[in-house]
Design a protein around this ligand. Structure first.
Ligand code: 6PG
Length: 233
């Protein structure tokens, strides 16, 4: 399946087009199935998109939001992806959406893997997954060199999980992440990246090389779910 690329000359144009695309996909899902599920990433890139989406007209009461990954910190910690979603996306019109958090009261994400999978299971298949990408080629919290990366990226029948704890070797905070199998249990994936550095990283990811060195390659190389990259300088 060909990777679709939507490259823009500025970030404002990207946000408008991406918000249009997200609303169109969610609206289509609501028309055909009565509800829509959207998985979003955290980090710094999606904030302006979330702010734009929050004011859009959509049957938000029929939309369920979840995270592709979460840092295991208090929900009021600025590093929390839930905090980002609550403060920038679940506002205005989008406040009517339902949000299913990844973070629980468990002290460590590993203790919560089974419960987290149970909370999220009814939401699959997802209508749309918005992914980011780190400069090391990670996506969600599938980090190169992470312990249990093979397990988090297996597509083998009987071994697939929905979420898994992960400890990134190169980034702060213990995490919970959707597994590769869960990310691919979706109808569409959009990768949202900005800046020249990330464009270089995307080119590296599209070149030959092991998936475990750049886990985003697993998304770029698979043939089962359509993927579009949205990029602006
Ligand atoms: C997270 C993310 C992660 C993110 C990338 C890009 O919680 O850390 O979901 O996968 O998308 O690290 O992050 P930036 O947008 O901050 O560059």
């Amino acid at each position: 399946m060909d990777l679709r690329k939507k490259f823009f000359t500025d970030r404002t144009a990207l946000i408008t087009a991406l918000a249009d695309a997200v609303c169109e996909r969610l609206d289509r899902a609501i028309s055909s199935r009565g509800r829509a599920t959207l998985a979003v990433s955290g980090g710094s890139t999606p904030k302006p998109l979330f702010e734009a989406l929050s004011g859009r007209e959509l049957a938000w009461d029929k939309v369920t939001l979840l995270l592709v990954d979460e840092r295991w910190v208090a929900v009021d910690d600025p590093a929390s992806n839930e905090h980002l979603v609550r403060s920038s996306l679940l506002q205005d019109r989008a406040a009517a959406a339902t949000f299913i958090p990844m973070k629980s009261a468990a002290a460590q994400p590993r203790e919560d893997e089974a419960a987290c999978s149970q909370r999220l299971r009814p939401l699959f298949p997802l209508d749309l997954v918005l992914l980011g990408m780190g400069s090391d080629g990670h996506t969600a919290s599938l980090f190169p060199g992470a312990d249990r990366l093979d397990e988090a990226m297996t597509l083998e029948r009987g071994k697939k999980k929905i979420c898994m704890a992960s400890t990134p070797p190169t980034a702060p905070h213990a995490r919970m992440t959707l597994t590769l199998a869960a990310i691919l249990d979706s109808r569409e994936i959009i990768i949202h990246i900005v800046g020249d550095e990330k464009k270089t990283v995307l080119d590296q990811a599209l070149a030959h090389g092991p998936v475990k060195d750049m886990p985003i390659r697993a998304i770029l190389r698979q043939e089962q779910v359509p993927v579009t990259v949205f990029w602006a300088p």
